[in-house]
Design a binder for this molecule. Sequence first.
Ligand code: FAD
Length: 443
Amino acid sequence: SPSIVWFRDDLRLADNPALRAAIDRGEPILAVYVLDEESPGIRPLGGAARWWLHHSLASLSERLRERGGALVLRRGPAARVIPQVVADTDAGAVFWNRRYGRPERDIDAELKTALRNDGVEVASFAGSLLHEPWTVTTGAGTHFSVFTPFWRACLSLPAPRLPLPEPREIDGIPSAPASDDLDDWALLPTRPDWAEGLRETWEPGEPAARRRLRSFLDEDLGSYDRARDEPSAGATSLLSPRLRWGEISPFTVWHEAVSTDGAGGFLSELGWREFAWHTLFHFPDLATKNLRPEFDAFPWPRLKPSHLDAWQRGETGVPLVDAGMRELWRTGYMHNRVRMVTASFLVKNLLIDWHRGEEWFWDTLVDADGANNPFNWQWVAGSGADAAPYFRIFNPELQAKKFDPKRLYISQWASDAPAEPIVDLGETRKAALAAYDVVKRAP
Ligand code: FAD
C-alpha cells in the first residue's frame, strides 16, 4: 500500500525526514500539497507569499517528476482532504514534518488520531527547526523568555543531526489521483501584476536555495559580522524565504556553515529564528496578543490613515524609512536593519499599533511567517520577548548616518522620495515616551 508524503513548509527533497521515511518504507510514494485556507485559525497567506509558493510548488513538482514521483495538489481543509487522498490511493501510511503554530498542530494531531483509527500508519518528524521547542528549557523546566540564555542552552545540547541526502529516485505510485492545476489556484497576481520586482529578485525552489547557500558561504560569510548591518553591502544570506518555505533545511545550513571560521554570528541569527518559533509554540497568539500584557494599556491615538498610507508607500519624507518600504514593495524583502528602523518609525514616531505594520509585512514579505514576523514586530514595539527597553527609540536619521553613510541604499531606493518628514521626529519621540509611561504605570 502506498505511502503519502504530505509536504507543507518543507518544499524540498534533500534533508526531508518525512520523505526519507516513505522511501525507507519501501512502498510506492505519492507527494501531496494541500492549500488549506479554510481550517479554523489558519491565517491566509499574504500576496508575496502566494507568489513564492506558486513557484516553489512548480519547482518541487518538476523535481519529483524527474525522479519518478508526482505531486498532487488539493485545496480545502486538510482534515478532509488528506483522508480523501488516502482513500483515493488506498495508502497505508502518511508522513509529514512537524509544524509549530497552534491551529496547525491541532489539525495535525486530529488527523493523526483519525488516520490511525483507520489503521493507517502515521509518523511526524523534525525538519524545520534545529531543536524541538519542548527540548529547550530552563533549569526550572520552563521556556526561555530572553534570547541569550536560550541560545546558550541550545548550544549546550547535542549538535543538530546531520542532514539527510537527497534521494536520486522516487518510486512513484503507478497512477496518481486527480490533482488541481496549480494555475487554477491563482496564487500569482494578474491585474495589476505587481510581481515584476519579485521575478527580477528571486528564483524560488530548492536548487536556487542550495546555490545561494553555497555562494553566501564562499563569498559573503567572511564579511558577515562586519557588514551585516549595512543595507547596501549585500552581506547577508538572503536565505529567509528559502528557510520560510523549507526549500533548504536549517540542518543543512547549520552543518555547512559551522565548519567555516567565524560563522558564530551568522549561526546565532538562525538562533533568533529558532527563538521566534519556540516563542510561538509557547505563546500561540503571538500575532494578535502582546507578549507583555502590561502593553495592552498602551494608549494608541486614533489611527491616521494618511500616515499609515504614507508609510506603506514609502512617502514619509524620512529617507531610510522610505527606501526600506520601497525595497519591500518592489522585492518582497527588506534588509533586517531597515526592517527595525521602519517598524520603529511606525510604532514610535507615527504611534500606529504594531499590528498594522505586522499585517502589511505579512502581505508584502516573501519570507513572512507566523513566528518571525509577529515576534520581531513585538520585539521592536517593546511588547515582546527580550524587548529592547521601551525608551530605546531608533532615530532614523542617525541610523542612516551610521549604516548607510554614503547613502547608497537610500539613493538606490528612494532618490525621489519627499524631502519633508510627515511628522517631527523629536516631537513624536516625546509623545511615544509619554505613551510608554502609561504602560509603565499600568497595574
Ligand atoms: P541573515 O542575516 O543572513 O540571517 C540568516 C537567517 O537567520 C535568516 O534567513 C533568518 O532565517 C534568520 N534570522 C535573521 N535575523 C532574524 C531575526 N531578527 N529574527 C528571526 N530570524 C532571523 N524574518 C523572517 O524570516 N520572516 C519574517 O516574517 C520576518 N519579519 C520581520 C519583521 C520585522 C519588523 C523585523 C525587524 C525582522 C523580521 N524578520 C523576519 C527577521 C529578519 O529581518 C530577516 O530574517 C532577515 O532580514 C532575512 O535576511 P537574511 O536571510 O539575509 O538574513
